[in-house]
Design a protein around this ligand. Structure first.
Ligand SMILES: *Cc1c(COP(=O)(O)O)cnc(C)c1O
Length: 384
């Protein structure tokens, strides 16, 4: 069963009943986070009980928001391999470099984690029609889970999104609307259409349960490292759902008594053509101002303004981490290195994490004897 208790605004702290549909906080417009009765979970579930469970993110059932098993819409997402990157590591003088390969998820990216949760919970709360603004992978994942749940899906994508992303959504039966503009423009249009047609908007972070799906990456890291978390996690950040989710998972696991000690330093990687988070971190700001003229081949990083910006910045600061921008050229070189050295055909966003690591080793921000995890967030196959 789920031990979900309520929703809480990540900014103003207001609390809300979780048994009705919500997007952002009606009081301050910031993201809502799911809260659980962790005291009761602690009494009924030990970390060693997980060993026998299903090899998907549903192994963390009590810590996920879906009430009834019948409402779970699953394609076997999560529990992806943690791969020792011996050859890339040797080149960089590191023994403990790992890649968490999210490209093996259904629909080829970690967006499956968030959207299986959003769609499952939406189904539970009576939704029949959903909409998403997306620069690629989120749309494909939503379309697949919506198809499986028997829901009608609407997708708003920038018109320059690579063809495979569009074809994928169409194949799952979604209505694809192309917009001349960026993901933020798609968001505005999706929101307007959602209001008009009473569709449910599952935009990143605006919908409260995608973070719950993505937080399972944090639980998996703990389990796969035998409950001793790595020193550094390097994550390619767009809307920030994964980074916020993992930080939330670490917090929950600490309360459950499953982990202790120092938490990993969280490193946010963006492209230098769209780097609002590194800029805000350097300026000491609580929020990130919108990035003008955002451009990068890594579509998942082309997010000029994230509504969870303060949560991303908080996680970076609390963890003593950092935020760094890399060039498109560097991330493509590193994408190729992951393929030729490790046999992992990463997405450009995944390549960006290796490029960032090289910079941070050179600057001394990461030591070569530390344990580092790179997140390859999707397959390279969808980027022609
Ligand atoms: C969406 C996406 C990202 C960014 O993820 P967030 O959790 O929203 O920051 C990174 N890489 C890929 C491949 C993506 O599709």
């Amino acid at each position: 069963m789920s031990y979900l208790t309520h929703l809480e605004c990540g900014y103003c702290g207001s609390t809300f009943n979780a048994e009705t549909l919500h997007t952002v906080c009606p009081k301050c417009g910031k993201p809502l986070l799911a809260r659980y009765d962790l005291e009761s979970v602690k009494k009924s579930l030990g970390r060693d009980d997980l060993i026998e469970r299903v090899a998907s993110l549903w192994r963390y059932r009590e810590l996920l928001p879906v009430r009834e098993d019948a409402n779970i819409v699953s394609l076997g997402e999560g529990y992806t391999p943690l791969i020792h990157a011996a050859r890339s590591g040797a080149r960089l003088g590191m023994e403990r470099l790992f890649i968490k390969d999210e490209g093996l998820n259904p629909t080829g990216s970690f967006k499956a984690r968030g959207l299986c949760m959003a769609i499952s919970r939406a189904k539970e709360l009576g939704v029949t029609e959903v909409v998403i603004p997306s620069a690629g992978n989120a749309a494909g994942a939503m379309s697949a889970y919506a198809a499986r749940a028997g829901m009608k899906a609407h997708v708003f994508m920038p018109s320059d999104v690579p063809l495979p992303f569009r074809l994928e959504c169409a194949a799952y039966g979604a209505d694809v609307h192309l917009i001349d503009g960026l993901i933020t423009d798609c968001g505005r249009e999706a929101h307007a259409q959602a209001e008009k047609n009473r569709w449910f908007d599952v935009s990143t972070i605006k919908e409260p349960y995608r973070v719950e799906g993505k937080k399972t990456m944090g639980y998996e890291l703990a389990e796969q490292f035998n409950w001793i978390l790595p020193d550094v996690v390097i994550y390619p950040t767009g809307g920030g759902t994964g980074l916020i989710g993992m930080w939330k998972a670490f917090d929950e696991m600490r309360e459950l008594g499953w982990i202790d000690g120092v938490l990993p330093r969280m490193v946010c990687v963006q492209a230098d053509g769209c780097a609002p988070i590194p800029r805000a971190l350097a300026a000491g700001d609580e929020f990130a101002s919108p990035w003008e003229d955002a451009h990068t081949v890594a579509a998942g990083l082309r997010v000029p303004q994230a509504i969870g910006d303060f949560l991303i910045l908080r996680a970076i600061r609390e963890s003593n981490g950092t935020a760094i921008a890399v060039s498109d050229n560097a991330l493509i070189v590193s994408q190729r290195a992951m393929a030729t050295e490790e046999g992992i055909f990463a997405c450009p966003e995944g390549g960006a994490t290796l490029a960032a690591l090289e910079n941070l080793l050179n600057s001394g921000a990461i030591a070569r004897n530390e344990t580092v995890v790179l997140f390859n967030t999707g397959t390279g196959l969808k980027y022609p």
